[in-house]
Design a protein around this ligand. Structure first.
Ligand SMILES: Cc1cc2nc3c(=O)[nH]c(=O)nc-3n(C[C@H](O)[C@H](O)[C@H](O)COP(=O)(O)OP(=O)(O)OC[C@H]3O[C@@H](n4cnc5c(N)ncnc54)[C@H](O)[C@@H]3O)c2cc1C
Length: 531
């Protein structure tokens, strides 16, 4: 199905209309479609363009929630971690972590906590937790600071590619009959005698408005949920606080192995990670309350300093700004509580329904997206807004899922069972086997595939989310933009003018992923309403 065909289907009556195509909205689309509800989803940007492509890429229970006694949250997330591994083995994998100990008492102290973490995971454990000697620790993380190192605690968690998982959800929803569209904004809610009956949405490519009727409208717009709630009820108090989390990306040699490093206590009482990911190392994150909700939250120089100062004592060869290949940040949707610190606000999710019938789901984490979706649909069913149908997603394999043992090795493994289709593109046209840049592992065939099968509409879609080029190496991604734009234009039948606009827009965006262009004043800021 192409975009025109999808748009034509949108102008109809649905059981469920979902606003927002991040982890939460896409998870609900899969749940609703697999229960047999007629489902539509609109996303104003690209799938996962906001918070859902900016995570730390962990599928985890959250070690630090254990320290704060939130056992229920940890248990639920660890259970969901196992479900995600089972249903999307091409995108989720086990990741070993090591917490280093520089004082003898830290070995039993952190060891006991991390063993408890593994015990809570029960049958869904991803591997044993064990105490390592100094030599064993250095063998697994050659880049770790050796001075005074006593040993480490090895434990296991999950890791994933967030934007690609979002895409797999979009495609799974479609495979099950849902209509799922990016670059379509919910403009206003549609009411009949005070009851919500749908929404008016705008195709941001053609500018045309479409009326979508629905029995149930679900607001899954993450950090933007309060905008939609206020469209429904102007006087309603805000539900969310937001906090910014920044990550820096550096070369793989910084750790030098496949294991991740977990720093158990930062100056602001959190944990931070340095994690091997797609051939680089992601270091993060920060937790700073912010008052402006925007798609590109940028970062402050102090946040980069904080990350460097926190990680450097644990590294043998210290890193500085010049080692940073990319910086990416996202905003956390946090349910407002009494706590003064956003790092203490609840990561649990919240579901409510307004007087007109607007269901809002907010908060949570990527790891619990499936449970959030199940809870949202069950909530609507309990309120008799939808007929009772059983949730299927515990066992629904996501698009591309393939038995882990049969999965391809290498960069095409993320396509799972679709890897063959990408390979076919190479064999039909060997020129497509060329990489988009000498420093990036992605080929032109993947660009063509992204346009034909993955709803990529812009150069940013391809460089930031279909491939993760922008997050892995912002400068290389900038260099790749012209060839990506030309390849996409040939597929889309777009003009030279489109190519120039796309390259210029991507260039502006990519500059915000560099250290030297780091201040928010120079970063291009796009708010949801300005897209
Ligand atoms: C720094 C950071 C690190 C994190 N790390 C982890 C981690 O390692 N593991 C983990 O499990 N969780 C992690 N999380 C949490 C996780 O990323 C979020 O909980 C999750 O991505 C939120 O998804 P969402 O769909 O609710 O929101 P979003 O991803 O923000 O999606 C909402 C969507 O709604 C769209 N939208 C808004 N208004 C409209 C409109 N009018 N019409 C149509 N669409 C609209 C937006 O464009 C957006 O795409 C992290 C979060 C942050 C910020």
């Amino acid at each position: 199905m192409n975009r025109v065909e999808r748009m034509a289907l949108l102008n109809d009556s649905y059981d469920v209309l979902i606003i927002g195509g991040g982890a939460t909205g896409l998870g609900i689309a899969v749940d609703a479609a697999t229960r047999g509800f007629k489902t539509a989803l609109v996303e104003l940007g690209d799938f996962a363009q906001a918070t859902s492509s900016r995570s730390t890429k962990l599928v985890h229970g959250g070690v630090r929630y254990l320290a704060s006694g939130q056992f229920h949250l940890v248990y639920e997330a660890l259970h969901e971690r196992a479900v995600m591994m089972r249903n999307a083995p091409h995108l989720v994998k086990p990741q070993p972590f090591i917490t280093p100990a520089y004082h003898w008492h830290e070995l039993p102290y952190y060891g006991a906590g991390l063993k408890a973490y593994n015990v809570i995971s029960g049958k869904s454990s991803m591997g044993p937790t064990s105490i390592l000697s100094r030599r064993e620790t250095q063998a697994l993380i050659p880049g770790i600071a050796g001075k005074n190192l006593k040993g480490g605690i090895l434990y296991h968690d999950g890791q994933f590619d967030d934007a690609r998982l979002a895409l797999a959800l979009a495609r799974t929803a479609e495979d099950n009959g849902a209509v799922v569209l990016n670059y379509v904004r919910c403009e206003r809610l549609l009411k009949d005698r005070g009851r919500l009956v749908g929404a008016v949405v705008r195709d941001l490519e053609s500018g045309s408005e479409i009326t979508v009727h629905a029995k149930v409208v679900i607001n899954a717009t993450g950090i933007f949920v309060d905008d939609i709630r206020r469209q429904d009820d102007h006087g309603i108090p805000r539900l969310l606080s937001v906090s910014r989390g920044v990550h820096i990306v550096v070369g793989a040699q910084v750790l030098g192995g496949g294991s991740a490093l977990m720093v158990p206590k930062t100056d602001d009482g959190r944990v931070i990670f340095a994690i091997p990911w797609l051939g680089k190392v992601v270091i993060g994150t920060t937790d700073i309350p912010v008052s402006t909700v925007e798609m590109e939250p940028g970062h402050q120089p102090q946040e980069i300093e904080f990350l460097l100062e926190t990680i450097n004592p644990f590294l043998e060869v210290k890193i500085s700004e010049k080692d940073i290949l990319s910086i990416f940040s996202g905003l956390r949707p946090l349910i407002t509580g009494d706590s003064k610190s956003t790092s203490r606000l609840s990561r649990e999710h919240h579901i409510d329904v307004s007087a007109s019938g607007l269901i809002t789901i907010a908060g949570g984490k990527w790891t619990t997206y499936r449970r959030m979706a199940e809870d949202t649909l069950s909530f609507a069913i309990r309120r008799r807004m939808l007929p009772n149908r059983t949730c299927q997603t515990r066992t629904t394999k996501l698009h591309g899922a393939i038995d882990a043992s049969a999965a391809q090795a290498g960069s095409l493994s993320r396509f799972g069972s679709d890897a063959l289709q990408v390979e076919n593109l190479f064999s039909q046209n060997p020129a497509l086997a060329a990489t988009i840049d000498k420093s990036l592992p992605f080929t032109l065939a993947e660009v063509v595939y992204a346009v034909r099968h993955e709803m990529a509409r812009t150069v940013e879609d391809v460089l930031s989310r279909r491939t993760r080029s922008l997050l892995l190496d912002a400068e290389a991604a900038r260099r790749a933009a012209p060839v990506v734009a030309r390849t996409m234009a040939a597929e889309l039948g777009a003009s030279f003018e489109w190519i120039d606009q796309q390259v210029a827009a991507f260039d502006r965006l990519a500059q915000a992923f560099y250290v030297r262009q780091s201040t928010p004043q120079t970063a291009p800021v796009r708010t949801a309403s300005s897209i």
